[in-house]
Write a protein of this length. Structure first.
Length: 252
């Protein structure tokens, strides 16, 4: 595509002429790429299509930059990246490009995980491919997806909900005992089981939690603005006063 060729040409020029771009390495770009990914995530949650387009452009720039760095080390270039993902998609979709038959998306996911294990690349276990640096909530989700992909899973949502209740009871028992280490461990079990239940309900727990975060922020900002309009600080207001405006924010 002409647009991609134009981007790669600009990337070459920046790498050769711009002092900042000249200094960058795989390692120096890493945290910036992570930041751009989160910015794309924010745009998606806001359903802002213009911003999604812009953030995708930023991520595409990073891919072009890594491709340039790879070519400098004679390891890979943009064409290698594109060919690589194309071959992977064809290999992991035998129900499209082969003679494998599937009944639903769960069959597709199980085939995907099984084929990943066959590919090798030094990974010999199902969970070896889960990135260590993932946020804990997202990591739990990926762990559960992967083990379910090889058949290690509950059969019905009701069974998972029973597990949630079991973990809640164990958590409450430890709270009653007051053992901090055990309380933390059991709380982790509660979260892990809730994330698993969300999977059965076809809910993305990370998205659900972020929506709640944004809802809380909007309501708290409303409360803060109301206090300022009254010439008060939040510290000067009673909890009962704040609750009035909190409920007002909820109604709005």
């Amino acid at each position: 595509m002409a647009a991609i060729d134009r981007l790669l040409t600009i990337m070459d020029e920046l790498r050769e002429q711009c002092p900042w771009d000249k200094k960058q390495t795989f390692e120096s770009l890493r945290h910036l790429t992570i930041e751009e990914t989160y910015e794309l995530g924010d745009a998606i949650l806001s359903r802002d299509l213009d911003e999604i387009k812009n953030e995708l452009g930023d991520l595409l720039l990073h891919i072009a930059f890594y491709a340039r760095l790879g070519s400098e080390e004679k390891a890979f270039d943009m064409a290698d990246i594109a060919h690589g993902i194309s071959e992977k998609l064809i290999y992991r979709h035998p129900h499209i490009y082969g003679d494998v038959e599937v009944e639903n998306e769960e069959d597709v996911k199980k085939n995907w995980e099984a084929l990943k294990l066959k590919e090798g690349k030094g990974k010999k276990t199902v969970l070896e491919g889960v990135p260590k640096g993932l946020p804990a909530l997202v990591k739990a989700q990926r762990i559960q997806d992967k083990v379910a992909g090889v058949g290690f899973d509950w059969e019905k949502p009701a069974q998972v909900w029973e597990k949630v209740q079991e973990e809640l009871a164990e958590f409450q028992a430890e709270v009653a005992q007051g053992n901090t280490n055990n309380i933390e461990a059991e709380f982790g079990d509660v979260l892990f089981s809730m994330i698993n239940y969300a999977r059965f309900l076809k809910i993305n727990p990370d998205t659900a939690l972020e929506r709640t975060n944004q809802k809380f922020i909007q309501r708290f900002n409303y409360l803060e603005a109301k206090a300022k309009a009254l010439g008060k600080s939040l510290q000067d207001m009673t909890l009962a006063e704040m609750d009035i405006y909190w409920e007002e924010a909820k109604r709005l």
